[in-house]
Structures are given as structure tokens and as C-alpha cells.
Design a protein. Sequence first.
Length: 135
Amino acid sequence: MATVNVTESAAPVHVDQKPKFVSIQDSRGRTIQLRNLDPLQKSRIVMAVGGDLASNQVYMGAFALPAASVVYIDDVGFGLPQTLKQVDAVLAELGVEGMEAIENHMMAEYKAAQEKQEAESAAQALSAEQVAAKN
């Protein structure tokens, strides 16, 4: 009979310390946790809502994708919607207050990204001026 030796690797395991979800609160005091959708999840939402709605950029950006990003409302968990009815169910559960909280969060993220891009552009322009001044 063969002898098998099992050894454990001493190499450290990298653990991503970033939080998986972003928590926001709506005006009703509910905690809503959101996931960042990866490309596969986004494509599945397109398939879930169907071609007509998927081609409507306003619907996708303002309703379907934000609803699909919801993981929890308080202690109630939500999986990735697989059908239009499931997207609608999340939207109904969010209501006006939940959607408003998600919209405000998305706008804050957009503004922060814009400010970061403007700061990087200004730094690059300054660097270009410094190089030109040296010549």
C-alpha cells in the first residue's frame, strides 16, 4: 500500500479586507446594503429584464441595476434578480425612500469620481508645466 504524506503550505493567504457591501440608510431608517455588480451580474440583469427594457438606458441605470445591487434591506436578503418580476419585487420593497437613498449614494460616488479625475488632470497639467519650465 502507498504512503501519502500531507503537508501544509506556510505561505500566507491573502484576504481582501475591503467590505463586500456598502451600507446606506434611507429616510425610513432602514439599512440598505449594496453590492458592486460585476460584468457577469450586469449581463444577467440584461437577460432578466429582456431586450426591450435592456435597451432602455434610463430604466437600466435608474431602476434595474440599482435594484440588482441590493443585497439586504435591514435583515432581509436579496439575491441577484433572475426575472423582471424579481426586479420589480425589489423595487417595490425599496419604495420611494429606498430608491432615493440609492440615487443619493450613486450621485455622491459619481461626484467623488469626477473630483478625483479633475485632481489627476490638474496634477498632470502641473507636471507638464514643470517639465516645460526645465527645458
